[in-house]
Design a protein around this ligand. Sequence first.
Ligand SMILES: Nc1ncnc2c1ncn2[C@@H]1O[C@H](COP(=O)(O)OP(=O)(O)O)[C@@H](O)[C@H]1O
Ligand SMILES: [Mg+2]
Length: 426
Amino acid sequence: MTNDPIPTPSIEDLQEDPMAEENDHIFERRELLRPQHVPDKSRIVGRDQEIELVEELLKPAAVGEPPENGFLFGKTGTGKSLVAKHVTGRARGIAQMKDVSLAAAYVDCDQYNTETRAARQIVLAVRDSIDPDRNIPESGVGASRYYDELWGDDGLLTDVDAFVAILDEIDKLGEDSTEVLSKLSRSEEAGKTGCYIGVLAISNKTDYTDAPDERVASSFQDDPMVFPPYDADQISEILERRADAFKEGALSDDVIPLAAALAARDHGDARRALDILRTAGKLAKKTGDKQVTTDHVNQADEYSDINRSIKLIQSGTPHARYALFALAYLTKTKLDDSFRTTEIFDVYKQIAPAVGSDPVTHQRILELMKKWSLPEITENYHTGGGKSEGSYREHRLLHDSEIVMNAAISSEERKEVIDQLNKQRI
Ligand SMILES: Nc1ncnc2c1ncn2[C@@H]1O[C@H](COP(=O)(O)OP(=O)(O)O)[C@@H](O)[C@H]1O
Ligand SMILES: [Mg+2]
């Protein structure tokens, strides 16, 4: 193409290009450490029970019978997304083997955070596996149009035996989550499709079970699956089983135990462990060191986003930290993820006395909360509540609520504060 804005040089010209030099003495298969990588079964540690439970839900789908719906809960990095994708992938493979038509869709609701967006993502995923040439409108239509594409006349699921939808971080859909879940779980009952539908709904929020209303809850299993955090030994094992991401001998002995210990500090978070190991490898590579050492691991930990944020929060002024704690508490316990200053202030008013301090004013809390957005601990924005309500500011936490709560109030004071808040049922 003559008008290509990105010209590609000829192969001859590229012979001497330094970018083409393969001088990676650290990584052999770096892709094994990417957060999106779904490892095969031999690399998965300590999740036999959870895998079995999800297998039970999906097994019928693999033979063309109705699957069950299930909720998967647990803190970040406890393997929820991994287990859901792993088992769904195997179910699809088995279905293929048995000549059953099984469709699957994965939706990250953090990214597709409204009913329409999530429904569109589901349709696009099904389209790609069932009928890649089919034209699906990408914008300008509502959720109902996307459901039609699935189970309307001539919908994508018409000749499909079973369909599994993974809705990851479903709490990010807020109130829309009930809509999506009820439509998926009731489309068969309503006779809209002959295709059996199963849903795996995943959330980091422990209170999410209370959320779905009756019409949704009844179609889900009574007991949600809870994924416990890993202990340091399990994290070590997870890293060991990815060690072939590195060249032979590129990891010095104590690297994995240290990375595991650091990642298990707040709660055993496998994502953080892999992140530290990958960053340590990158640092060794960049500096031209022959091996990844504990120095690189410590440095990687310093660099890690989470650690930087923890330090920043710990160095905040007391009332700024209490207000941030209030936001983290709301984020953890309520379904929303954005909160008005007033809501934060109401919780803050309970916290200050619990730590022996007089509360500052609403206006002051607004100022303090606004300051957390600059270092990207939170984001905040104006939103209109309609003419009668006037406009107000909402705040949203950009980090894990547990980690923020732990950083914002010291461990000695935390229990007192939580007891007080639980008493008030805020
Ligand atoms: N049991 C495990 N064995 C091996 N790797 C794991 C395990 N649990 C999590 N991981 C890895 O850690 C990262 C985070 O896991 P993920 O499933 O995304 O956690 P969650 O969805 O619970 O936040 C992923 O890269 C995943 O491959
Ligand atoms: Mg996840």
